[in-house]
Design a protein. Structure first.
Length: 393
């Protein structure tokens, strides 16, 4: 699936940058074009893979490149005011070559949580391609203002996109990790999980062809209908014999056989990985029962994939979710591992979302204090020495 990615805010820009790095390493061809948008000059300068001409600094007249200080209302206002600057970068995207837009943002800060729903709404108004969101929920230890921002942004973002895929930092931070190390680890997990999912169907000439093809239309149909989605992932290292067939094939001279791979073991591995992916740690923890739609993608060396195992995994998913709309297929790769990536779309029983909704309700009682805190943070930032950063452009 070919995507035009727009990273809004610090987290969004870093994740899109990481997707480009993943593309370079794997040759998956997911990112057709990438744009980073921010109110903080330093965040844009720290990106390594997004071209400078695709980095858009907005809000210069109001915050002078220092960011919005976790004020997501200000982030939304600036995005509205400077939407033409964002559109200028989007105009360089060859839209006829992409299957969908993906707007990526952290929902706890100011720029991403405020601006991402604005740009999503703008894209849906202009283009016919689907517009998806990838929203990152802050950890509960990041502070009340970030939780409130996430609660408010989530409600708006899910309404403005065709589907909102969610990654919950709270479920992924490891004990004892530094903040920076924790986010690096989290960003790698995000890219690994969504990389396998979006990479399905991007088969170039000369590549191994999937037995049961998963293409962009399967992903689009699974995400169609809106709501919230989560992704499960599990993988297992396998031995890749690049020298051809196994002992039997060498004796018989048959190099086109199954390379000595036991079909029963291959099938069992696939069904085991499907269970681990669905019942293990999801990007957004939830009960999978009641999921409206699901998609199973099995990736790995072709000789370690088979139709029987994938079909069994798909049937098991049907039973567990109660959905009759479960798609499945394979994605041949050269990596020495077999991986199951499961997209669960239209999930409902999500404790974290219920918690955020409660936070949003309770926050109305002390909204003035929270806004005052955001204003103080912004004033502190703007008072910093404006000459301490080199100009980006």
């Amino acid at each position: 699936m070919k995507l035009a990615m727009i990273g809004f805010g610090q987290a969004g820009g870093k994740i899109v940058d990481k997707f480009l790095e993943y593309d370079e390493k794997t040759g998956s061809g997911i990112v057709r074009s990438a744009v980073a948008v921010n109110t903080a000059k330093a965040d844009l300068m720290g990106l390594e893979h997004i071209p400078e001409e695709h980095r858009v600094l907005i809000g210069q007249a109001r915050v002078k490149g220092h960011g919005v200080g976790a004020d997501n209302e200000l982030g939304a206002e600036i995005a509205e005011e400077d939407i033409d600057e964002v559109q200028g970068a989007i105009d360089n995207i060859p839209v006829h070559e992409v299957d969908a837009f993906l707007v990526v943002a952290g929902l706890g800060g100011g720029t991403g949580s405020g601006g991402s729903p604005v740009v999503a709404k703008h894209l849906k108004r202009i283009y016919t391609e689907p517009v998806y969101g990838l929203g990152i929920l802050p950890g509960s230890d990041e502070g009340g203002i970030y939780t409130l921002n996430a609660a408010r942004s989530f409600q708006t973002f899910v309404r403005e996109v065709d589907n909102l895929m969610v990654f919950d930092n709270d479920a992924w931070r490891q004990t004892g990790e530094s903040v920076e190390g924790g986010y690096d680890h989290i960003n790698e997990e995000i890219v690994r999980r969504f990389g396998v999912l979006f990479g399905a169907g991007e088969v170039e000439a000369g590549d191994n062809i999937a037995e049961s093809v998963v293409d962009s239309s399967e992903i689009i149909n699974t995400l169609d209908g809106g709501g919230v989605s989560t992704v499960g992932y599990a993988s297992e290292e396998v031995e890749v014999n690049t020298g051809g067939g196994g002992l039997l094939s060498r004796i018989t001279g048959d190099s086109g056989g199954d390379d000595g791979i036991d079909t029963a073991n291959t099938t069992n591995r696939i069904t085991s990985l499907v269970r681990k992916a669905a019942l293990g740690r999801l990007t957004l923890p939830c009960e999978i029962e009641g999921t409206e739609r699901a998609l199973l993608v099995m990736a790995g060396p072709p000789k370690h994939l088979n139709r029987k195992g994938i079909e069994r995994g798909r049937k098991w998913l049907e039973e567990q979710t109660g959905s009759m709309e479960v798609r499945g297929g394979d994605y041949p790769t050269k990596a020495p591992k077999v991986a199951a990536s499961i997209l669960l779309a239209g999930v409902h029983n999500v404790p974290r979302i219920k918690e955020l909704q409660q936070v949003a309700i309770e926050a109305q009682d002390n909204i003035d204090d929270i806004r005052r805190e955001s204003k103080d943070n912004l004033e502190d930032l703007v008072e910093d020495d404006e000459d301490e950063l080199d100009p980006l452009f």
